[in-house]
Design a protein around this ligand. Structure first.
Ligand code: PEP
Ligand code: MG
Length: 835
């Protein structure tokens, strides 16, 4: 291997030479793929620009990656949009792994055919690991193949040249993230890569992106389930590769798809006085329509002093970064993982070198900082739109948010117009920071002319319970402002001229809902007793002390599930015994004298922890997860059991094991718990229960109940494994329904097994939080429901409305219905919900 950092690249084609900015493609022109140069070819054979090794050839043959002997990686891309030729008209002359000499033919192509079926023949030579090299143009206006074109000089400042020339490791993974590599997964990858001393790139369909650039990673346009290669170099390349492959193959927890958008109701589109839209967050609201405009940019006279503009831009970007870091920390304190991930992605985008470099380059030509920043964002938005992927195009909204925030800092326009409380806000497209501001201001609903149901702003709106319609068209912005409107997001419409009677009707519906909630809240701390006198325990699912405090205030009768894997989710180091004891005691203390079921760590599958790396598996959901981890890593469970024994609250602290499949797993833990208690001098053992979340456990419930103190059904996993449908699969989201008769049959079987041994059965999966399911679960024999803390009062109220004997008579009959939809319909008929 040649460690000489400098190499001269000769022209791979003959023809006029173009700067990247002149290339008719926003991805290449913006430099997102890396620095380089282009040639408009006049001959039909691409030759090697230097000696090196062929690393990769695109499946469609239009792009070849070559590693020069100094470590520079060169993408030779023939034509624009030539991927759509699917290899036709290209005749490959080399293979991956081959060494080539300068001038050696790599690819011959049929010029006419390729020109006719592509956007342009302009071909590129791009240095894809460009942070390690500086490219100097040598060629004049035109070159002949073989003449000097570019000089690449190793960039010593990065200190990475020797590594770049050193060995690389490669692996590939299928992308698990819902919607592919959009902003949050890209930010996650960047964060993972930054933890290692190495450089990392992703390769997809012949294109390369540095993992540190979010825009470049998003620009690859990688879909969910697509295969991508990861290439790592540097001292920690092996560890980095394993971590990145895992990060690619593991969907972000809670990153669920948007609800299926409602089809535009044809009647609403045509009805006068109505505007139709796509429901991004459900709900009903009324209030005055108020327009929210964006920041307007004053004209730029040009001729600014670059250093001064640079200073202004740096200060503005730093100000926005501080605000984002604060928003991220606040979301973390509220344990709002979704919001936290959105702000983390924004921070990473703000720091993206592609944006900074583009803005700096414009400032150096005399542009004002505001215009330079604005243009840099616009270019990257075009890149995202050019991927043609709706989800990535929606992520352009995140970039627009950053444009707006930085411009506000620069133009001193941070004060926003005051908003009347209860307003229905109309805007071209709102951004996540707008949404937080509007929520604080007491907006009642949101309408956007543009936007999509999967944008971050829509996720936030759903989380805050703000009804929101998107894609309403420009007609929205032309409406008279200040007049009262009704936003019926459930039915995808904005009623522009509601009658006084309609406004009264909406107001009374909203008032009735509010009164009902207040009444429920007033009784939330009382037991949930059915009409015929049976008490059902309503616990809460928590993941932190803060959640437990909220649950206690909300009236929960206890904690039915503490997901301990989330207690230390932000740690890079495993929590020691003292930290664990303190964390468990904090949750127990927050719950007063109520019982707390603490589940031992449940990693694997969709849940990953930085401090507990697991091997990459082909089928992680069917692999080493839950209690199975104890067989390969017994010290993790031992440490947790010791900490639980040391909480000193044996009556209230209950231990629960996840993903149990057979009775031996329980017996081993029971035995180990007794040994550890002995060692610690603890005489009273806590209750030990198991989760029923795989069909095997449900079918063996009687055996398990003989040795367990209680059983708690995890309907999320039980549905996944019973229906053989990934619980995170976007396309199957509507079908992974725990009210499926097969899942209900397993619930019934579990309760019957537990009854034989006098054990109680709870449900801690999401079905427990669904009021439609309450009568079914009670009727099948469930005695405890552990729900999301904000729903405690509502589920208790639902229980009080039910007659247990009637539920017991009706529920078993649902098992004979043909599917989940039929069960839902029957539930609506037998036990209607309040409107
Ligand atoms: C479940 O599977 O239903 C459950 C409660 O566990 P988790 O969602 O944490 O996998
Ligand atoms: Mg589970």
């Amino acid at each position: 291997m040649n460690n000489n950092n400098e190499v001269t690249l000769s022209a791979p084609l003959s023809g006029p030479v173009l700067a990247l900015a002149q290339v008719p493609d926003p991805v290449f022109a913006s430099g997102t793929m890396g620095d380089g140069i282009a040639i408009d070819p006049t001959d039909n054979c691409l030759v090697a620009p230097c000696a090196g090794e062929i690393l990769h050839v695109a499946r469609t043959l239009h792009a070849i990656t070559l590693r020069a002997d100094n470590g520079a990686e060169l993408l030779l891309h023939l034509g624009i949009d030539t991927v759509q030729l699917n290899g036709e008209g290209f005749h490959l002359q080399v293979q991956p792994g081959m060494r080539v000499t300068p001038g050696q033919p790599l690819l011959r192509f049929e010029m006419d055919r390729v020109a006719r079926h592509s956007t342009s023949l302009v071909s590129l030579i791009i240095v894809t690991n460009g942070t390690h090299f500086r490219a100097e143009r040598l060629a004049p206006e035109r070159v002949r193949a073989g003449e000097p074109l570019l000089r690449l000089v190793g960039n010593q400042a990065t200190g990475a040249v020797t590594d770049a020339a050193g060995e690389s490791v490669e692996g590939s993974a299928s992308v698990a993230h819902v919607g592919g590599l959009h902003a949050r997964p890209a930010a996650r990858l960047r964060q993972v890569a930054q933890g290692f001393d190495c450089s990392a790139q992703l390769r997809h369909e012949g294109q390369l992106a540095d993992v540190t650039s979010l825009v470049a990673v998003m620009g690859l346009g990688v879909d969910q389930h697509a295969q991508v290669q990861v290439i790592c170099r540097g001292p920690q390349r092996e560890a980095a590769l394993a971590a990145l492959l895992k990060a690619l193959g593991t969907a972000i927890a809670g990153d669920h798809p948007a609800p299926a958008p409602l089809p535009l109701p044809a009647a609403a589109m045509q009805a006068p006085g109505m505007l139709a839209g796509v429901c991004a967050a459900p709900g009903l609201a009324s209030g005055p329509l108020v327009l929210l405009g964006g920041v307007t940019l004053p004209a730029d006279p040009g001729g600014h002093v670059a250093s001064e503009q640079q200073r202004l831009l740096d200060a503005a970007v730093a100000g926005v970064a501080r605000a984002l870091a604060l928003a991220q920390a606040q979301a973390q304190m509220r344990e709002d993982a979704t919001e936290q991930a959105i702000f983390a992605a924004h921070l990473a985008l703000l720091e993206d070198s592609t944006l900074a470099q583009a803005a700096h380059a414009a400032i150096n030509t005399g542009r004002a900082a505001s215009h330079a920043w604005s243009d840099a964002i616009d270019t990257q938005c075009r890149v995202l739109h050019a991927t043609g992927k709706p989800l990535l195009a929606e992520r352009a909204n995140d970039l627009l948010d950053l444009r707006q925030q930085v411009l506000r800092e620069l133009l001193g326009d941070s004060a926003r117009p005051p908003l009347p409380r209860g307003a229905i806000v109309a805007a071209q497209e709102l951004t996540p920071s707008d949404l937080l501001y509007l929520h604080e201001q007491g907006a009642a609903g949101l309408c956007m002319a543009a936007g999509g149901a999967t944008a971050h702003v829509a996720i936030l709106a759903r989380g805050k319970g703000l009804p929101c319609l998107v894609a309403m068209g420009d007609a929205l912005l032309a409406q008279a402002m200040g007049t009262p409107v009704v936003l019926d997001a459930d039915n995808g419409r904005l009623e522009l001229t509601p009658s006084a009677q309609r406004l009264d009707q909406v107001a009374s519906q909203l008032a009735a809902r509010q009164a009902r909630q207040q009444l429920q809240q007033a009784h939330a701390h009382e037991p949930a007793r059915t009409r015929d006198g049976s008490v059902i325990e309503i616990g809460a699912n928590v993941a932190s002390r803060q959640d437990a405090e909220q649950a206690h205030q909300a009236g929960a009768d206890g904690v039915g599930l503490l997901r301990t894997e989330f207690l230390f989710v932000d740690s890079h180091a495993a929590p020691d015994a003292t930290q664990q004891v303190a964390a468990y005691r904090a949750v127990l203390d927050a719950m007063g004298d109520k019982p707390v079921v603490i589940r031992t760590i449940d990693v694997g599958g969709d849940k990953q922890l930085d401090y507990l790396p697991l091997p990459v598996e082909a089928n992680p959901v069917l692999g080493l997860r839950g209690i199975r981890l104890a067989s390969v890593n017994p010290q993790v469970l031992d440490q947790q059991l010791r900490a639980l024994l040391r909480t000193g609250q044996p009556e209230r602290c209950r231990i629960m094991l996840p993903m149990v499949t057979e009775v031996d797993e329980l017996l081993q833990v029971r035995q180990r718990l007794a040994q550890l208690a002995d060692e610690l001098g603890v005489t009273q053992l806590p209750q030990l229960g198991v989760m029923i979340e795989v069909p095997a456990a449900a079918l063996l419930a009687a055996q398990l109940a003989e040795h367990a103190d209680f059983l708690s059904i995890g309907t999320n996993d039980l549905s996944q494994y019973t229906l053989a449908m990934d619980r995170d699969h976007a396309g199957l989201a509507a079908r992974v329904d725990a009210l499926h008769p097969a899942v209900l049959a397993l619930v019934a079987h579990t309760c019957a097994g537990a009854r034989l041994h006098g054990r109680w059965v709870g449900v801690c999966g999401a079905l427990a939080s669904d009021p439609l399911a309450t009568p079914v679960l009670l009727g099948l024999g469930v005695q405890e429901l552990s729900v999301s803390p904000p729903l405690v009062a509502e589920i208790k109220a639902r229980v009080r409305d039910l007659d247990l004997a009637a539920c017991q008579a009706q529920a078993p009959q649902l098992l004979a219905l043909p599917g989940a939809a039929a069960v839902r319909q029957a539930c609506h008929r037998h036990w209607p919900l309040n409107a």
